[in-house]
Design a protein around this ligand. Structure first.
Ligand SMILES: O=C1O[C@H](COP(=O)(O)O)[C@@H](O)[C@H](O)[C@H]1O
Length: 252
């Protein structure tokens, strides 16, 4: 399992630039090696920080048609709902780049609008299993779980990542690839989320954290490895990269 590699950037703008460069380099590497790139997105502020990817030089140099896009977690609501991570990513990022619609794997539209979190999680897991059969996603030889190329993650002020929250049992799930929560402490309450073994089976994980609000949790993780905070469990098969801005690093 990869150790955390932390970099602190003077500004959010520089962090954004570095995130775009990191993503573009991995995109080129994996497309050269195997003809496709699997990328897992989070919701929240991260989508704003991906803005540099939709600007030159990346907008023109990335082979977007080879991307396959997933969500590490999703809110169980209609795709049009302002809470939807899908809507956020479509409006802020995905609609601006030529990724084929068939390569964008959103939560099931019908069951999400109906608010059935358990069924949405089961359907998303089934979708991943079908993509394993189609050889879009390999199974990690080391862990036995699906192996994504890159996950772009964010952390809430309470130390949550994806929809794995402190003092909630989802962090311990090991059988399922995708689980659900119906009492998320951060609204909306119903969500689906990749489980920790799946998150940690990714080859590259990039955790991006900005602003003062998560600074105390950042310090708890970096200084004390406080495992009551779900983000402290983040690892990766090759690289576990943490990009912070000055404000997020202010308690270190
Ligand atoms: O609810 C969520 O929160 C986390 C962190 O979001 P942020 O707004 O504090 O940046 C996010 O990574 C996750 O995908 C989202 O569903």
């Amino acid at each position: 399992m990869a150790q955390r590699k932390m970099t602190v950037f003077p500004t959010k703008n520089e962090l954004s630039q570095a995130m775009a460069e990191y993503t573009a380099n991995l995109s080129a590497k994996f497309i050269k090696e195997k003809g496709l790139f699997t990328v897992v997105l989070s919701g929240g502020d991260l989508i704003d920080w991906l803005c540099k990817l939709v600007q030159p030089p990346y907008i023109d140099s990335i082979e977007w048609s080879k991307w396959h896009v997933f969500w590490v977690d999703e809110r169980v609501c209609a795709w049009e709902d302002p809470d939807s991570n899908y809507k956020l990513a479509m409006e802020g990022f995905l609609s601006k780049v030529p990724i084929p619609d068939k390569n964008i794997y959103a939560i099931d539209k019908h069951w999400a609008a109906n608010g059935n979190a358990e069924h949405c999680a089961a359907l998303y897991e089934e979708c991943l299993k079908n993509l394993v059969k189609e050889k879009i996603i390999p199974i990690s030889k080391k862990t036995g779980y699906p192996e994504f190329d890159l996950q772009l993650l964010g952390m809430g002020p309470d130390g949550h990542m994806a929809s794995l929250f402190p003092n909630h049992p989802q962090i311990n799930e090991k059988q399922k690839w995708v689980t659900h929560i119906t009492d998320s402490p951060k609204p909306p309450p119903k969500r689906i989320t990749f489980t920790l073994p799946v998150i940690n089976s990714a080859l590259y994980n990039l955790m991006a954290i900005c602003d003062k609000a998560p600074a105390k949790s950042v310090a708890e993780i970096m200084k004390h490895n406080n495992l009551s905070l779900p983000s402290a469990h983040l690892s990766a098969q090759v690289e576990n990269v943490w990009y912070l801005d000055q404000a997020a690093a202010s308690e270190l």
